[in-house]
Ligand binder design. Structure first.
Ligand SMILES: *[C@@H]1O[C@H](CO)[C@@H](O)[C@H](O)[C@H]1NC(C)=O
Ligand SMILES: *[C@@H]1O[C@H](CO)[C@@H](O)[C@H](O)[C@H]1NC(C)=O
Ligand SMILES: *[C@@H]1O[C@H](CO)[C@@H](O)[C@H](O)[C@H]1NC(C)=O
Length: 407
C-alpha cells in the first residue's frame, strides 16, 4: 500500500546505524530534547498545554518576544519541534528568528515525540491514538494551536492597553514536508484561518506526489508490506523509539541506502552524518499517515483519507474520499525545494504551484546541487542555504517588496 513509508523508514534506520558505529552517542547533545536545547543556551521559554477538540494534549513551546511578530514553526512527518533547534543557536531556525526579535512558537502535532503523545482518554499504545494523518493535524491540531497563540498574545495586548476589539494577530507560518499538507487541510476545512495566517513558507512540501516519488514500485511495495505487518501485529506507531537501532544492526546496507537517498548533502559530509544521531529527531509516524500519503501519490489529487466506499459513505457522504477544496486557500505562499529531494521533487513542487497559482508568490530552489528532504533539518549549511533565504523572503514580503520568482 504505502510507497512513501520506505522513504521515511530509511533515514531513521540509518540514524540508528550511525549511532552504533560512532562515538557520538556519548556526546550528550545528541540525546537532547527541544527543552534541553533551550535550557542549555539559556533561552527563556514558555510552555503551553494545548488540548484539541478530540482530546489530544500537545505541548506548544514559545521563545517569547511579547508584542513582536509571531512565527509558528511546524514540523513534518516523523518530526517534532526538535528539528528547529537541533543544530544549536548558530544554525537552527528557531534560535535565529529569536535573535532577530521574532516571537517564536514551536508546534508539536499529535504523534510527535515526546511532546504530542498525550490524550485525555487514550494512551500512545492504543490503536485509537494512532488513527490520524495530516488530515487531523490540519483539522484539529493547528486550529487549537493557532487559537491558543491568539489567546495568549491577545491577553498581552490587553495588558499593554491596546484596544480589546483588535482582531487576533496574524501568524507567519513556516512548515517542513507534511506540515504543508496540514496547512492546506486547515485552510480548506476551516477557511477562517486564511485571514489568520499572514504568510506560509513551505519547505519541501508533499502535497503533489503523483508520479513523483523517486523510488521504484518494488521499494514502495515493500514499505507498504511493512506497514501492514506492523498494523497486523497491533503496532500502530510505525517507527517507535529504538526500533531502528535494532533493525539496522541486521540490515545496515538497507539503512544506509535509504538514508543516502533522503539526505543528499549529508553524503559528502561526515559531520552531517553525525547529526543523524539525534535520539528524538525522527521517529513515530502512524500507519494512516503513511497510507494517506500513499493515497495522494496514487490518486494524483489532494484527497482526504480514503476509507473505502462503504465507510466513505458514512464519513464523507459519498463513495469517494473528499477532495479538499484548494480554491478556498488564499494565504500568500512561498514554496522551497531541493534539487535532489526524493519525495518533494522539483516537479512535484512545481505541480503544487500549477495548482495554486493564485496564492503562490514564489517558488525557490535551494542553491545546492544536492539538497534532499531531510537536509532541510540537518544540513550543516542550513543557515545560509535555507534559513537566511527564508527570513529574507519573509522580511521582503512584510515590506511589500517580495519579488515574484519561479525557479
Ligand atoms: C547559561 O547560564 C549559566 C548560569 O548563568 C551559565 O553558567 C552558562 O554558561 C550559560 N550558558 C550559555 C550557553 O550561555
Ligand atoms: C502540562 O501538562 C503536564 C502534564 O499533565 C503538566 O505536568 C504541566 O505542568 C502542564 N504545563 C502547563 C504549563 O500547564
Ligand atoms: C470551493 O471553494 C470555492 C471558493 O470558496 C467555491 O466557490 C466553490 O464552490 C467550492 N467548491 C466546492 C466543490 O465546494
Amino acid at each position: 500500500m504505502t510507497e512513501i513509508g520506505w522513504i521515511i523508514v530509511a533515514p531513521v534506520m540509518f540514524i540508528t546505524c550511525v549511532q552504533i558505529n560512532t562515538a557520538s552517542q556519548s556526546e550528550p547533545h545528541y540525546r537532547w530534547t527541544t527543552l534541553d536545547w533551550l535550557e542549555a543556551h539559556n533561552v527563556s521559554h514558555e510552555l503551553y498545554n494545548v488540548t484539541t477538540a478530540d482530546g489530544y494534549q500537545l505541548q506548544l513551546q514559545r521563545l517569547p518576544r511579547p508584542g513582536a511578530r509571531t512565527v509558528l514553526l511546524v514540523h513534518g512527518l516523523l518530526g517534532s519541534s526538535l528539528g528547529w533547534v537541533c543544530l544549536g543557536p548558530d544554525k537552527s531556525l528557531a534560535f535565529q528568528l529569536h535573535q532577530l526579535q521574532y516571537d517564536v512558537w514551536l508546534a508539536n502535532l499529535r504523534g510527535a515525540s515526546p511532546y504530542g503523545r498525550r490524550h485525555l482518554e487514550l494512551t500512545d499504545v492504543m490503536a485509537d491514538f494512532w488513527r490520524f494523518s495530516f488530515h487531523e493535524h490540519g483539522t484539529y491540531d493547528l486550529p487549537a494551536i493557532i487559537d491558543r497563540m491568539a489567546e495568549v498574545t491577545g491577553g498581552e495586548q490587553e495588558s499593554s492597553g491596546a484596544d480589546k476589539e483588535e482582531p487576533p494577530r496574524q501568524v507567519l507560518l513556516i512548515g517542513h514536508s507534511q506540515a504543508f499538507n496540514a496547512f492546506l487541510v486547515l485552510c480548506s476545512m476551516h477557511p477562517r484561518f486564511n485571514q489568520r495566517i499572514q504568510l506560509m513558507q513551505a519547505l519541501a512540501p508533499l502535497a503533489r506526489l503523483h508520479g513523483q516519488v523517486r523510488f521504484d514500485s518494488a521499494q514502495v511495495r515493500s514499505l507498504m508490506k511493512f506497514v501492514k505487518k506492523r498494523q497486523k501485529s497491533n503496532k500502530f506507531e510505525i517507527f517507535p523509539p529504538g526500533y531502528f537501532r535494532k533493525r539496522c544492526q541486521s540490515k545496515q546496507d538497507q539503512c544506509e541506502y535509504y538514508t543516502k537517498r533522503l539526505a543528499g548533502s549529508a553524503q559528502s559530509n561526515k559531520r552531517l552524518l553525525d547529526a543523524f544521531n539525534y535520539e528524538y529527531l525522527l521517529q513515530g509516524g502512524s500507519a494512516r499517515e503513511i497510507q494517506h500519503l500513499q493515497q495522494i501519490w496514487k490518486s494524483g489529487d489532494f484527497i482526504a483519507y480514503d476509507y473505502g466506499p462503504i465507510q466513505n459513505m458514512q464519513v464523507y457522504n459519498g463513495v469517494e474520499a473528499l477532495r479538499y477544496n484548494l480554491s478556498q486557500i488564499s494565504v500568500p505562499t512561498i514554496l522551497y525545494f531541493g534539487e535532489t529531494d526524493a519525495i518533494a521533487t522539483p516537479e512535484g513542487v512545481h505541480g503544487i504551484y500549477a495548482r495554486m497559482m493564485s496564492s503562490v508568490r514564489s517558488v525557490r530552489r535551494i542553491e545546492s546541487p544536492k539538497f534532499n528532504h531531510f537536509d532541510f533539518l540537518i544540513s550543516s549549511e542550513v543557515k545560509t542555504l535555507v534559513n537566511d533565504k527564508l527570513i529574507e523572503s519573509m522580511e521582503k514580503f512584510l515590506e511589500g517588496k517580495l519579488s515574484y520568482i519561479i525557479e
